[in-house]
Design a protein around this ligand. Structure first.
Ligand SMILES: C[S@@+](CC[C@H](N)C(=O)[O-])C[C@H]1O[C@@H](n2cnc3c(N)ncnc32)[C@H](O)[C@@H]1O
Length: 295
C-alpha cells in the first residue's frame, strides 16, 4: 500500500466503516474521474478511491456513494464540491529543487540561447505545479541567472494545477522550515525569510511578484489560446495518465511554445516520439527536453 493510501486508511479508522463500493459503482467513479481529469485509476487503487471519496462524502453529510455521485454531477454546488474532491484524489508531493539537473539545464543552456536570440521577456510555465515549490525553484534559479546579464531580461513564472487548495498554498508562498533545506544556501539567503516562531518561512515578496498561479486542467491545454511560452516545465504529472492521454497532453503543451521555446519533462516520462512540431534537445543530455525549431 502506498504511503498516502496508508495515511488515509489510518485517518478513517476512527470514523467507523465506510459503505461498500461494488464493481459497478467503482466503474462509474473511475469513468467520472477519467473523463474530467484524465487520471487513470486502476483497480489496485480501489481502496484509495473508496477511502478518499468516502471520507469526503461523510464530511459533507452523505452516507451513500450514489447519492454523493448525483450531488457531484448536478448544479453549481456539485461543481464546487468537485473541486474539493479532486483535491483529495490528486497527489501533491513535491519539493524545492526536486530535479537540479533539469533546473541547471534551463538556466545554463535554455536561457542563454533565448537571450542570444533576442528575447527580452522570458515566460516560464510550471504545469501541475502542486503547492508551488517548482514555481519558486524556477523563479529563484532564473532570477540569479538573469542578474548576471548587463541588461537583465524581464521574466515571469506561471504555475497551473487542477487543485485549488494546492494553488492557494503556492500563492501564499509559506512553507515548513524543514523544506528550506532543499534550497541551495545562496538562494535560501536571497529569497527566503524565516517567520516568527521559527517553524515556517516565506518566499520574499520580490520573488513572489515574479510568479503567478492559475487553475487549469492540463486536459484543456490543447484548446486554450496560445500562451507563447519560452519554457514549459512539466514533471511528475504525466505519470498519472495512460499513454494515449500523455501523448495528447504533450502535443497540447507543445502548441504553447514559441519558436526556440523548450519543453522539459521528467526523466522517463517520455511518450513515443517527440511532441508535435518539436525536436529532441540533444544537448540536454539526460534531461528530457524538446525544442520548437525556428521555421
Ligand atoms: C506529484 S505533483 C507534481 C508537482 C511538481 N510538478 C513536481 O514535480 O514536484 C502532480 C500535480 O499534478 C496535478 N494534476 C493532476 N491532474 C491534473 C490535471 N488534470 N490538470 C492539472 N493538474 C493536474 C495534481 O493536482 C498535483 O498537484
Amino acid at each position: 500500500m502506498a504511503v498516502a493510501d496508508q495515511q488515509l486508511a489510518q485517518s478513517w479508522q476512527g470514523l467507523g466503516a465506510l459503505p461498500e463500493m461494488d464493481d459497478q459503482q467503482f466503474a462509474r467513479w473511475v469513468d467520472l474521474l477519467e473523463r474530467r481529469t484524465g487520471m487513470a485509476m486502476p483497480s489496485e487503487r480501489k481502496s484509495f478511491l473508496v477511502t478518499s471519496v468516502g471520507l469526503r462524502m461523510r464530511e459533507i453529510g452523505f452516507d451513500d456513494f450514489d447519492a454523493y455521485y448525483r450531488h457531484l454531477v448536478s448544479g453549481v454546488a456539485g461543481n464546487l464540491e468537485w473541486a474539493a474532491l479532486v483535491d483529495r484524489l490528486t497527489v501533491h508531493e513535491t519539493r524545492f529543487f526536486r530535479d537540479p539537473c533539469a533546473v541547471a539545464y534551463v538556466v545554463d543552456q535554455v536561457l542563454p540561447r533565448l537571450v542570444a536570440a533576442g528575447s527580452r521577456e522570458l515566460n516560464l510555465w510550471s504545469v501541475g505545479c502542486a503547492t508551488g515549490e517548482e514555481v519558486y525553484t524556477l523563479a529563484m534559479a532564473v532570477a540569479d541567472a538573469v542578474s548576471t546579464y548587463p541588461e537583465p531580461p524581464h521574466f515571469g513564472v506561471t504555475g497551473t494545477d487542477i487543485s485549488l487548495h494546492a494553488l492557494s498554498v503556492g500563492r501564499h508562498g509559506t512553507y515548513a522550515r524543514r523544506r528550506m533545506h532543499d534550497i541551495p544556501q545562496d538562494k535560501r539567503e536571497a529569497y527566503c525569510e524565516e517567520l516568527p516562531g521559527g517553524n515556517r518561512f516565506r518566499v520574499t515578496g520580490a520573488l513572489r511578484r515574479r510568479v503567478g498561479f492559475a487553475q487549469m486542467n492540463v486536459l484543456d491545454a490543447p484548446r486554450a489560446p496560445s500562451l507563447r511560452m519560452d519554457v514549459i516545465y512539466c514533471q511528475n504529472l504525466l505519470i498519472y495518465f495512460d499513454q494515449e492521454r500523455r501523448r495528447a497532453i504533450v502535443d497540447g503543451l507543445a502548441r504553447h511554445l514559441r519558436p526556440e521555446g523548450t519543453l522539459v519533462l521528467g526523466a522517463g516520462e517520455l511518450v513515443r516520439g517527440p511532441p508535435e512540431g518539436l525536436v529532441r534537445a540533444r544537448e540536454a543530455g539526460d534531461v528530457l527536453a524538446f525544442r520548437r525549431p525556428v521555421q
